[in-house]
Design a protein around this ligand. Structure first.
Ligand SMILES: *Cc1c(COP(=O)(O)O)cnc(C)c1O
Length: 496
């Protein structure tokens, strides 16, 4: 049987992997999941000898069977090249018994680059396979990192356009600067008055807006998504879990088969869901640690079985995790219901209507492979400080959240398994929060002064993209309300 993809809200809605990548979101509003978990034979002593690129082709082949190995090889070669400033692509470093998988060596300094540098290539191949003659329009809401990373990937890619919405007051100054200076004739960016959830909810509505879809079709255009609701984002993210384990084996830190924990700073639940699939195909992970910031809706869900977004929304030092509606949790929910699309749809409708839902105690048992907790702003700051003091290693606030919660898990459960913290952003992306935590001094708001100071402390080269940003010309100034998003899309796409 070939692996296909079905919607979490309608099991009869089945498409091929390439079609799922093209569509992004299923028309019934659900998310695509594989019809089966592929059978993998992961030989880690062999994988330990292979490069990131070699591992990527094998893992992606498992989940994308309608792509040939040559096609995947070509996509991988185009994606994971000198754009990354480390030959390892995602180096695993050890600092004082803690492992950090550095996922920020790509062009926009966040882990999103691992998926978004390859997604445009996968999409182009998918369009060819399905002899699609329409222009692909990427519609994306961002909590700060996806937007830039996606635009970097899609800028000036033929037959594509990309529209990004970011929360006006919800991203860091560097993140904002990265977005408003984006080059490329086919890129559009607008600040939205509201938070990430407002923007993401509206984007999902736009995908399923009948009228808009009709107009798009008449203009030979089709929407797709660069958010982690697209399996073309998720699949490349499975790769680095396999890679991390293979490096632990290679470094002699663990014996092949020994269990590890992985701590994941979580927002939309995309990164950790990739870890869930990695575990399913055989990466020996004991616990996936779901680390949240003060927006701890997931912590409460894992502890009580009740998901409730009716709560205050906090703007924190880890803005890419300031999310109260974690889209990818729908996929986990689907597995918790034993792949029951009606049960899944029912709860997602409740979430839309009442802002909450509860799972049964039987479903809750399915969460035993996870541990969830959160780090307050204070704890995050302390963690950055302590890691710097003890390990002479500078981490960003998102990574600090994961590091702090990993420690909470170790303390609470007395677990001494090797733990990999996913390091999702470069500290240079959040100089103010990082410097403040390390020096305990209030910082001036001059970004580049802070970046230089951080360089003195971190002794790690300032990434070229940060240097270039200083002189970059501002190209996007649009600011709109959530209600204007539909109009904005029609206008920039020239829909008639
Ligand atoms: C997007 C992001 C996260 C959260 O990842 P999800 O896949 O949304 O859970 C964490 N850290 C950084 C730096 C991010 O950009």
């Amino acid at each position: 049987m070939t692996l296909l993809y079905k919607s979490t809200r309608d099991s009869k809605n089945v498409v091929s992997a390439s079609q799922a990548i093209l569509q992004g979101l299923a028309v019934d509003g659900g998310l695509y999941v594989p019809t089966e978990i592929p059978k993998a034979k992961l030989d880690f002593s062999k994988l330990a000898q292979q490069s990131y690129q070699e591992i990527a082709v094998q893992i992606m082949q498992l989940f994308l069977p309608d792509f040939t190995q040559e096609e995947l090889q070509e996509c991988v070669n185009k994606a994971y090249d000198q754009k990354f400033d480390d030959k390892e692509i995602t180096p695993l470093v050890k600092k004082k018994k803690q492992y950090y998988l550095e996922l920020f060596h790509g062009p926009t300094l966040a882990f999103k680059d691992l998926a978004l540098s390859i997604l445009p290539h996968l999409m182009k191949k998918a369009a060819q396979k399905n002899t699609m003659d329409k222009e692909i329009v990427i519609l994306t809401a961002t909590s700060g990192d996806t937007g830039k990373s996606a635009m970097e990937g899609f800028a000036d890619v033929k037959d594509t356009q990309i529209i990004v919405f970011y929360p006006e007051n919800g991203v860091s100054p560097i993140q904002k600067r990265q977005m408003i200076t984006q080059k490329g004739e086919n890129t559009f960016v607008a600040a939205v008055k509201g938070n990430f959830d407002d923007a993401q909810t509206k984007v999902k509505q736009l995908f399923n807006d009948e009228n808009l879809r009709k107009k798009m079709a008449e203009n030979k255009k089709i929407f797709s998504s660069a958010n982690s609701i697209n399996i073309g984002r998720l699949v490349p993210q499975i790769v680095y879990y396999v890679y991390a384990y293979s490096r632990l084996v290679k470094m002699g830190e663990i014996k092949n088969g020994e269990k590890i924990n992985v701590s994941v700073p979580t927002g939309n639940f995309g990164n950790i869901l990739a870890g869930f699939y990695a575990k399913k195909i055989g990466v020996p992970i004991q616990r996936l640690i779901c680390a949240s910031n003060q927006n701890n809706v997931l912590t409460d869900f894992f502890q009580t079985g009740n998901y409730d977004r009716n709560r205050p929304f906090y703007v924190t030092s880890s803005p890419s995790m300031d999310i109260l509606i974690s889209s990818n949790l729908e996929r986990l929910l689907f597995y918790l219901t034993k792949e029951n699309s009606q049960q899944t749809k029912k709860r997602m409708d409740e979430l839309t209507q009442k802002g909450e839902y509860t799972i049964t105690s039987e479903m809750k048992e399915g969460l035993s492979g996870f541990f969830a907790d959160f780090a307050s702003e204070n704890e995050t700051e302390k963690t950055i400080h302590t890691v710097y003091e003890q390990a002479n290693y500078v981490i960003d606030p998102h990574t600090a959240v994961a590091s702090c919660v990993a420690k909470k898990y170790q303390d609470k459960k007395g677990s001494s398994l090797p733990t990999v913290v996913l390091s999702t952003a470069s500290p240079y992306k959040f100089p103010q929060a990082v410097l403040q935590a390390i020096t305990k001094e209030t910082q001036s708001s001059e970004e580049y002064k802070m970046i230089n100071r951080l360089y003195e402390l971190a002794k790690k080269p300032i990434p070229a993209s940060i240097q270039e940003l200083k002189k970059a010309e501002i190209k996007h100034r649009d600011k709109i309300s959530v209600d204007q998003m539909t109009n904005y899309v029609e206008q920039v796409l020239n829909l008639k």
